[in-house]
Ligand binder design. Sequence first.
Ligand code: COS
Length: 384
Amino acid sequence: MDFEWTEEHRMVREMVRKFTDQEVRPLAAEIDRKEEIPADLLRKAAENGLMGIAIPDAYGGSGFGEIGYCIMMEELSHGCASFAITIAAHQSIGCMPILLDGTEEQKQKFLAPMARGEKLGAFALTESEAGSDAGGIRTSAAVDGDAFVINGSKIWITNGGIADIVVLYAATDTAKGPKGGITAFIVPTDTPGFSVGTVEKKMGIRGSNTAELIFENMRIPVSQVLGKVGDGFKNAMGTLDYGRLGLGAAAVGASREMLELSVRHAQERQQFGKPIAEQQIIQFYLAEMGARIYAMESMVYRTAAMADRGEKFSRESAMVKYLCTEWQDWIVDRAMQIHGGMGYMTHMPIERFYRDSRINRIFEGTNEIQHLVIARDLLKKGKY
Ligand code: COS
């Protein structure tokens, strides 16, 4: 349970906080309205080493590990969920599969430019008939000489329409399914046969690109198979352990922003001749928000430290994802209640945070699936 902030962690927090205050928050409303992330903002994030903050410096990253990554996600999420999610999809689930199972050559060729922010990444698992049941994917990869020929499609892929490199999961043996029948591939998006289909309109995180990907006789050389043929599902699940933890960190940041705005508003807003902060019910709301954030923050960094020590953290990351995202929704809702009619208006950021929050209980594994992951692990081990 040991955990201590290092000087480096403090520096990362300071740096990302400044970056969020100066570069991200001022653009958040426009990003939501225009439904895209300015290329210039991604370039600045790369200059600050954010695009590969967790990735070792040997592979083009900043080398701050999972704790550094969670600090970054927390701080960015004070400003703009769309931007934080774009970086998360690139790094936590785009780069991570290659860091986990890539060969040295694949890491230098594909991961390093991604970690430096020269190439944007995405993670392509979900299909129209394979969401929660990710092992049921039907996109097929068939051997043909020194390549695999891939046919099929993916939906709801974050960064799908703007990525340069996609880690794609395809069925190499449908009979085996998740137990040896799925293989991961590194796919540059300029590969012939790759195309982008529908780009989705969404309730929240509107600045984050969500697209359908289509593969028609797309040839991927065997040198771009990631890990062993048939081991792709394990790679995807191991990657999602990181993604789910990062979503917990993002929930902490967004929740803190909501609490801080609510504290300020409660002290300024006068009703019945006094600030609403003097009403006990408002104090209860603020106290409950603060207590939940403390618990969320504690579980996020305890789990990030486990990841950095190389321990298995699948159950813990499912717990983090489930509780932090449920509580984020609760906290955003309370912030809206404290702000009243003002919070509902689009000139305040509360309604954007409210819309942006909701997806977190759904993507990277619904919270119902997180329950399943937690329960299976408890039952398997027979103890806490
Ligand atoms: N790390 C490494 N390997 C893992 C793993 C993990 N976290 N979780 C499962 N595996 C392995 C298992 O060990 C198993 O291999 P063995 O049979 O050799 O032991 C294999 O993967 C299949 O696992 P399992 O039997 O649990 O597969 P299921 O089909 O039952 O699916 C769930 C498991 C439901 C948990 C999985 O499909 C899931 O997470 N679904 C949600 C998908 C998701 O998050 N989608 C979001 C996409 S990104 S927005």
